[in-house]
Design a protein around this ligand. Structure first.
Ligand code: ADP
Ligand code: MG
Length: 299
């Protein structure tokens, strides 16, 4: 397998702000990596460095063996960025065919992208007449043309409804099977984790965790137990396996290494207990545990 992306010790400053503080990351052919992290983590800056839009302060980026500042290398890249427009007077087909020509790929890749994004039926419509969701799908189609070695997508699912998102994940899975490497950022953490081979968590311009979705979930051990109960919270805190317990009105939320001993005590002490639930921590919980909420800090 060869590497389609190699990022080595990348740093970037915007004046006083250090947006990237030494990031290294690599993606192999056919590998799908989800880049996650809170607002301000540096995701967009990393994406912009990878696609050659900004020149990082130091460090290197290699895409498909070359420097993404060079046009010839950028042709191997499919890019979907946040808030980028397209020529609104052109038809949908013209926009996508134009993107295919710029990518130097087979014009037939335009038709494939139109089909994948469900845009074939509106191909003759002006881009400006599309709905918001269709415009987003047009952005995605522009990134998919030209058989890229690496696809880089910054928040590609914003504005897509559930069914469009599902279709989009399937398209990416198929592209990855064809050998395309994929790097994407998203807020829809669980959906991305379901399809990603690897998750990289960025915070404060640094990689703070990296692994398969399951490896990351295991970083937060234990179970979340919740129930409506009158059992005093102190009685539960005294149970060996309990890590933390809190109660609000009659609803108790417990974190424990194992669920069974806690559930046994709860049921012994309270015959009227209701709404008992046992869950494994979600990846969202793991992420908020791993990262500081900079947005809240800034507010
Ligand atoms: N053009 C810019 N000028 C100054 N600061 C910026 C600029 N773009 C981003 N930043 C700052 O760099 C940090 C990282 O931002 P960004 O890469 O957009 O993060 P993310 O995409 O993870 O939300 C933030 O503190 C942000 O405010
Ligand atoms: Mg961003």
């Amino acid at each position: 397998m060869s590497s389609v992306l190699a990022v080595n010790n990348l740093r970037h400053r915007y004046g006083a702000v250090e947006a990237l503080a030494g990031v290294s990351l690599s993606i192999q052919e056919g590998e799908f990596v989800a880049l996650l992290g809170p607002n301000g983590a540096g995701k967009t800056t990393l994406v912009r460095s990878i696609v050659g839009l900004i020149k990082p302060t130091s460090g290197t980026v290699t895409v498909a063996g070359g420097d993404p500042a060079k046009a010839i290398v950028r042709r191997r890249l499919g890019v979907v960025q946040q808030d980028v427009g397209f020529p609104r007077t052109l038809t949908v087909a013209e926009v996508v065919e134009g993107a295919a020509a710029r990518a130097g790929g087979d014009p037939a890749t335009a038709q494939r992208a139109l089909d994948e994004m469900g845009l074939d039926e509106v191909r003759k419509r002006r881009a400006s007449d599309l709905s918001g969701g269709q415009q987003q799908r047009l952005q995605l189609a522009m990134g998919l043309v030209g058989d890229p070695a690496l696809l880089v997508l910054d928040e590609p699912t914003v504005g897509l409804d559930v069914s469009a998102r599902r279709a989009f994940w399937l398209t990416l899975a198929e592209r990855r099977r064809g050998g395309t490497g994929i790097l994407l950022t998203t807020h829809i953490v669980e959906e991305a984790a379901a399809v990603a081979d690897r998750v990289v968590v960025l915070d404060g311009g640094r990689v703070v965790a990296e692994g398969t979705p399951d490896e990351l979930r295991r970083l937060l051990p234990g179970r979340r137990i919740s129930a409506r109960t009158r059992v005093p919270v102190e009685a539960i805190r005294a149970v060996d396996d309990v890590v933390s317990a809190s109660a609000e009105a009659d609803r108790m939320v417990i974190t424990a290494i194992h669920a069974e001993p806690v559930v046994r005590v709860l049921l012994d002490l309270d015959r009227d207990l209701r709404d008992l639930e046992v869950a494994t921590p979600s990846l969202d919980e793991v992420l908020s545990e791993l990262t500081t909420d900079r947005e809240r800090v800034a507010a």
